[in-house]
Design a binder for this molecule. Structure first.
Ligand code: NI
Ligand code: MN
Length: 225
């Protein structure tokens, strides 16, 4: 059992194992750091943490083209269904859905969630636990620090955590370090920085104790087993 995680820039991550290719927060078009074009994505599933444009991104287009199921908050799935994508798994924080690759569970996140082009409510902002190829990943989404990250870590025992460190809209490096310590994954990968001038431009200060930090350049992968 093994999986590969590829950082695609900003908060976008591709998780692969065998024939399964699951994309998290596919903001590629308009993402200055995007390592792939939306047209190049051939995926079997999409997981969304929330409805903001820098996460929702190319979801509708890729999901329809690939016929891929979307795992996301109930309201995001309602939106996609209205737009004619019928493969949606609506969820909410605390819930878990078994999948052909493992499972997806949504956690809480302290943030907001709207579809910015229309200001439409997109449900609760979430973090996502994705188990694929027997490897458990925790993508924190956009969030402030909360101490239940420790509980989430104890329950799901993720091997890898994707932690937003860019500050302003999410935790900065100092609080993100506390988050990574709470979660207790062996590896923490910083995300949601450098993309725009308003965000921190480097991962300096993201130094969780007892956790290995792997800073990935867009397009770079790590293998887990
Ligand atoms: Ni956001
Ligand atoms: Mn964001």
């Amino acid at each position: 059992m093994s999986a590969r995680a590829t950082f695609l820039g900003h908060s976008a991550v591709l998780l692969e194992s065998g024939e399964h290719r699951v994309l998290i927060d596919p903001f590629l078009t308009g993402n200055p750091l995007a390592a792939r074009k939306a047209e190049a994505m051939d995926v079997t599933g999409i997981v969304l943490t929330h409805g903001h444009a820098d996460h929702f991104g190319d979801t509708e287009w890729i999901a329809k083209r690939c016929g891929a199921p979307v795992y996301a908050a109930h309201e995001i799935c309602e939106f996609l269904t209205e737009r004619g994508h019928d493969k949606c798994e609506g969820m909410n924080p605390g819930g878990k859905v078994e999948t052909d690759f493992g499972f997806v569970a949504l956690t809480q996140a302290f943030h907001s969630s709207s579809y910015e082009k229309e200001g439409r409510y997109m449900g609760m902002p979430c973090g996502a636990i994705v188990s694929i190829g027997g490897v458990v990943f925790y993508h924190c989404g956009d969030t402030g620090l909360f101490s239940d990250m420790k509980l989430i870590g104890e329950i799901y025992r993720p091997q890898v955590a994707f932690v937003p460190i860019g500050d302003r809209y999410t935790m900065g490096p100092e609080l993100a370090s506390r988050a990574a310590e709470f979660i207790g994954a062996k590896i923490a990968i910083p995300v949601h920085y450098k993309t725009f001038p308003a965000l921190r431009q480097e991962a300096k200060g993201f130094e969780p104790k007892g956790v290995a930090v792997r800073e990935l350049s867009p397009g770079e992968s790590i293998e887990l087993d």
